[in-house]
Design a protein around this ligand. Structure first.
Ligand SMILES: Nc1nc2c(c(=O)[nH]1)N[C@H]1C(S)=C(S)[C@@H](COP(=O)(O)O)O[C@H]1N2
Ligand SMILES: [Mo]
Length: 264
């Protein structure tokens, strides 16, 4: 039983899986309510081609198209969590204990009006609900219903400055067991940031976003792979380039060698 093994070991193993990418698809059995992509030739082919295709080629194939949306009957009973499932450190525990009343989302960088948004403020904004399939490069997929505000709505409130090119998502969780590891982060370009289905979600399957899936807020960027779906958001930063953030490749996993473009 994978889940019976110590946390550290699981995490080390996960890193190995992520590095091995699709080769690991075969070992991901026994996922409650989620499908192993290995049994789905089309999805595996799509993931493989996503690895090969450049951003430019992908755009030419119709990057603005909508990701497939599913029906309520397709929703997995449990949305499989992956990566961080509980951020380490006292500050997250304190926010959780307080039901995120003190949590704020910072929106800054190349914007005219920087914002500090509470969860209540985000939840009062117009929302979008979508049932989509999450595809992780470890070789599994899962269908869930997400509700949240469009990122475009928030960015339009903040108003982008000329020169804005990417949106960087900064997360609350550190990727090591101690308190010193790198914080998870990721980035997308403005095409994905303003895409109709790109939302900042606070609800999963009709309930408040569970801790293991990124409470209080996570991004859904539906035409991208799992590692491009940052959880535990704390800051949305608009930038002209991301070379000076983290190790410079645009995201935690990108800094470990993953493609920046994780489109499906
Ligand atoms: N902050 C943060 N976001 C993250 C991760 C993480 O470890 N930390 N893991 C990523 C990966 S690889 C996947 S597959 C998805 C998993 O989302 P889930 O836990 O809701 O299934 O979150 C992505 N976003
Ligand atoms: Mo993933």
């Amino acid at each position: 039983m994978k889940n019976a093994r110590p946390f550290f070991e699981q995490r080390r193993e996960r890193r190995g899986f992520l590095r091995a990418g699709l080769a690991a698809a075969a070992v991901s059995g026994g996922l409650a309510g989620c499908d192993a992509l290995s049994s789905n030739e089309t999805a595996v082919a799509a993931l493989r081609s996503a690895e090969r295709l450049s951003d430019t080629v992908h755009r030419a194939l119709g990057r603005r198209a909508m990701a497939q949306e599913f029906s309520p009957a397709d929703i997995a009973p449990t949305f499989r969590p992956n990566g961080t499932t509980m951020p380490v450190g006292e500050s997250y525990a304190a926010m959780l204990a307080n039901r995120f009343a003190d949590w704020r989302l910072t929106v800054d960088g190349l914007v005219v009006k920087p914002l500090e948004l509470s969860l209540a403020q985000l939840q009062a904004m117009p929302s979008r609900t979508q049932i989509t399939r999450h595809d992780c490069v470890e070789g599994w997929s899962c269908i869930g219903q997400w509700k949240g505000v469009r990122l475009s709505h928030v960015l339009n409130l903040a108003q982008l400055q000329p020169g804005a090119k990417y949106v960087v998502f900064h997360c609350l969780d550190r990727m090591q067991e101690d308190d010193e590891g790198s914080l998870y982060y990721g980035s997308v370009d403005l095409d994905d940031a303003f895409h109709e289905q790109t939302i900042l979600a606070w609800e999963l399957n009709g309930k408040p976003l569970p801790v293991e899936n990124g409470a209080p807020l996570r991004a859904r960027i539906e035409r991208q792979l799992g590692y491009k779906q940052p959880k535990y958001l704390r800051r949305v930063q608009v930038v002209a380039h991301f070379g000076d953030i983290g190790a410079g490749s645009g995201g935690y996993w990108e800094d470990q060698g993953y493609n920046w473009y994780g489109g499906i």
